[in-house]
Design a protein around this ligand. Sequence first.
Ligand code: SF4
Length: 65
Amino acid sequence: MPRLTADVELCQGYGNCTTTASDVYDVDDDGKVVLLRQIIDDADRSRVEEATRSCPVNALRVLDR
Ligand code: SF4
């Protein structure tokens, strides 16, 4: 199953990712992305990849384990 990573150093807190995949990504009080899940089902992959592409600073990854 796909594994998620997020680079909080790159994240600028725009929140685009939370719009597309609010079950996976959140933004904390410091304006940094938080992973709500680190492993996703294959069925969610395309939607989560869409969320990663929406990130202006390319901070999100979907990896094969
Ligand atoms: S879209 Fe990118 S910059 Fe915006 S909150 Fe998500 S990870 Fe951070």
